[in-house]
Design a protein around this ligand. Structure first.
Ligand SMILES: Cc1cc2nc3c(=O)[nH]c(=O)nc-3n(C[C@H](O)[C@H](O)[C@H](O)COP(=O)(O)OP(=O)(O)OC[C@H]3O[C@@H](n4cnc5c(N)ncnc54)[C@H](O)[C@@H]3O)c2cc1C
Length: 373
């Protein structure tokens, strides 16, 4: 069976790696750009799984699966690709403001314990002791999630591509998919139908195709008369060079407070000297086109981060960047299912703010759909 994956962001690359482990399956990945250029190239790689407020059902299951899978994937991918993947094993620390519901966090910690995970609710003095860089006046405490992680999304995507290549997957970069057509089977049975993928290069025939094209999924599905409406939500972020670790160099979790993240760079690979700060959340206009990046919103994020860790103000901003998150319109993220009306076209798209977190569970779900058919 030949499976074509359209898109090589974190989601397409994770699917390619997962499918590359199925014996006898031929897998081709097509992307109009090099890997990890679109939304994935802008992501902060914060994996808010255990600390998320999802309690049950699919939303919790895919988070739990992803967090567990990354622990297996990272060492394997490092070994196969020879790349060192920045993977912060010191957890995520969520800073609690006076208005935050600490009882709610205590309840979540109890639920997580029953589910086999850890979550600690810290008071002010515990927070101050563990993280002296924090402006303690602002916070009543914190929630520490030792099993959540942060990673570098670009290095991870490149490592997934390397590992998939080793397992025989073929990648076509710089090739745009222009259209998807069904070739009817002689029996008229839709299960036997082949797919013809029209690209800027050549036509490719597949038995199944997976649309993992982020924002590019909308025009591809529209052309099949089954429009999946995915809209861009812009995010801006900042790279700070501080020159040394803020607080205790031995304890550098990803920090988050009121939706602003402060992320140590190069975790586990190099001593911390730099931090990413982000990201803004900027919705598109009514027809779904992104508005220009809002400098004021970025400044607010920056000032918030400095109010959490005042020493950041002494750092130098070496880069700011932006990206577009693929958000499904009028339905929850992500979309992992068959394209309605098509037995051999699968969707793995619309991951909005959690594509890096949910890539492993998405890849596993797609693998199950391919194997069970
Ligand atoms: C500022 C910012 C911060 C973020 N932080 C986090 C975070 O901390 N944690 C987290 O989990 N997520 C985060 N995200 C969200 C995350 O980046 C996305 O959910 C994720 O990258 C989506 O991955 P993807 O592979 O589906 O899409 P993309 O990375 O957008 O990849 C889609 C690919 O499809 C290709 N493509 C599209 N159309 C075609 C076509 N017709 N032919 C060929 N190729 C095509 C594109 O070139 C692209 O490479 C953040 C996003 C932003 C912008």
């Amino acid at each position: 069976m030949h499976v074509v994956v359209i898109g090589c962001g974190i989601v397409g690359a994770a699917i390619a790696y997962e499918l590359s482990q199925i014996k006898g399956l031929q897998v081709t990945v097509i992307d109009q750009k090099p890997p990890a250029q679109a939304s994935t190239g802008a992501a902060l790689g914060v994996l808010m799984g255990i600390i998320s407020h999802k309690l049950k059902g699919k939303a919790w299951r895919i988070r739990q699966t992803s967090i567990a899978t990354y622990e297996e994937w990272i060492p394997k991918l490092e070994a196969v690709s020879g790349r060192k993947i920045p993977f912060n094993r010191q957890g995520i620390l969520s800073l609690c403001l006076a208005e935050d519901d600490l009882t709610g966090w205590e309840n979540l910690a109890a639920t997580r314990l029953a589910q086999g995970w850890q979550l600690e609710v810290w008071d002010k003095s515990q927070l101050q002791q563990a993280c002296p860089q924090i402006n303690i006046e602002k916070f009543v405490g914190a929630v520490y999630s030792p099993q959540d992680r942060q990673l570098d999304p670009i290095t991870l995507t490149l490592a997934l591509v390397d590992a998939a290549i080793v397992n025989g997957v073929s990648f076509k970069f710089g090739v745009e998919v222009l259209g998807i057509n069904l070739i009817p089977s002689f029996s008229g049975d839709s299960e036997g139908e082949k797919i013809e993928i029209e690209t800027s290069n050549a036509k490719i025939t597949a038995d199944k195709t997976i649309i993992a094209a982020g924002l590019g999924s909308t025009p591809l599905t529209e052309q099949l008369q089954q429009k999946v409406d995915i809209r861009p939500v812009l995010g801006q972020a900042i790279h700070f060079h501080v020159g040394h670790a803020l607080g205790n160099p031995e304890f550098q979790p990803a920090l988050t407070g009121n939706d602003v993240h402060i992320v140590p760079c190069g975790a586990g690979i190099v001593p911390t000297t730099d931090y990413w700060v982000g990201a803004t959340v900027e919705f598109p206009n009514k027809v779904g086109n992104p508005l220009p990046p809002d400098a004021e919103l970025l400044e607010t994020v920056k000032q918030q981060a400095i109010s959490y860790c005042p020493e950041l103000a002494q750092g130098t901003i070496t880069r700011t960047w932006l990206g577009l998150r693929p958000r499904p319109e009028n339905r929850p993220a992500p979309i992992i299912e068959k394209l309605p009306g098509f037995s051999n076209i699968l969707l793995a798209t619309g991951h909005y703010r959690n594509g890096v977190l949910l890539a492993p569970a998405t890849a596993i779900a797609i693998r199950e759909m391919i194997v069970s058919n």
